[in-house]
Design a protein around this ligand. Structure first.
Ligand SMILES: C[S@@+](CC[C@H](N)C(=O)[O-])C[C@H]1O[C@@H](n2cnc3c(N)ncnc32)[C@H](O)[C@@H]1O
Length: 212
């Protein structure tokens, strides 16, 4: 029998109640490094990472109602106080609500690849969204991306880098992608999709950059 998913208002940010740029200290009730995961799915990474790094403040953005509700239920049941989640489109949320120089790390793991050419314009990693990601990062802040999709990874590299390790945006430098705190042995990030794809022995491509 399907489990009844509970709502936990204290972990949820409601887009309709947002008024201008977000004050993360108010949202989390304390100062601390702010991590944002774009496209949390069922929330495995967000939860495990927040548990592994109790000093960090973690915000998940997920627009699919089914996954969002699942993640809310999990965050509430785990009783973590350093996680919040919002159901909205990450592109407009970034543009409208995230202040400049406020984020320590963006995590974008297995973004929807939109494999058909006519749908490529829907891919999240594009020059317009990169501009906002860079604007929102603190100096020294990181953008970490992982995908199993070779063609999307090619586009990601085109948007982010111009040479082997030279970034297209002068405010970014490429850095080594280190496995996240919650990744198990052999994993880069420990999301649901990564675990599924590793079982299928698909290659995983990663890229990390830092704002300078
Ligand atoms: C392929 S899944 C990966 C989920 C998770 N990151 C993982 O690795 O298991 C991509 C997720 O991103 C969400 N998503 C895609 N575009 C989004 C957007 N613009 N804003 C918020 N969520 C988005 C989708 O609903 C989906 O849950």
């Amino acid at each position: 029998m399907a489990r009844i998913l509970k709502e936990y208002p204290s972990v949820v940010l409601k887009p309709e109640y947002l008024d201008g740029k977000i004050d993360f200290v108010r949202i989390f009730g304390r100062a601390g490094p702010v991590h944002i995961e774009i496209g949390t799915g069922k929330g495995a990474f967000l939860l495990n990472q927040a548990k592994a790094r109790p000093g960090g403040n973690f915000l998940g953005i997920e627009w699919a109602r089914k996954y969002y509700r699942y993640a809310v239920d999990r965050i509430g049941r785990w009783g973590l106080t350093n996680v919040r989640i919002i159901r909205t489109d990450a592109a407009s949320f970034l543009a409208d609500f995230i202040p400049d120089n406020s984020i320590d790390c963006f995590h974008i793991y297995f973004p929807d690849p939109w494999p058909k050419r006519r749908h490529h314009k829907r891919r999240f990693i594009c020059p317009a969204n990169l501009e906002h990601l860079v604007r929102c990062l603190k100096t020294g802040g990181q953008l970490k991306i992982a995908t199993d999709h070779a063609d999307y990874f090619k586009q990601i590299k085109q948007v982010l880098t111009v040479g082997a390790d030279q970034c297209a945006c002068p405010r970014l430098e490429q850095i080594d992608f280190l496995p996240t705190a919650s990744a198990d042995t052999g994993e880069w990030v420990g999301t649901n999709f990564e675990r599924k794809y590793l079982k299928d022995q698909r290659p995983i491509y990663t890229l990390a950059v830092r704002k300078i």
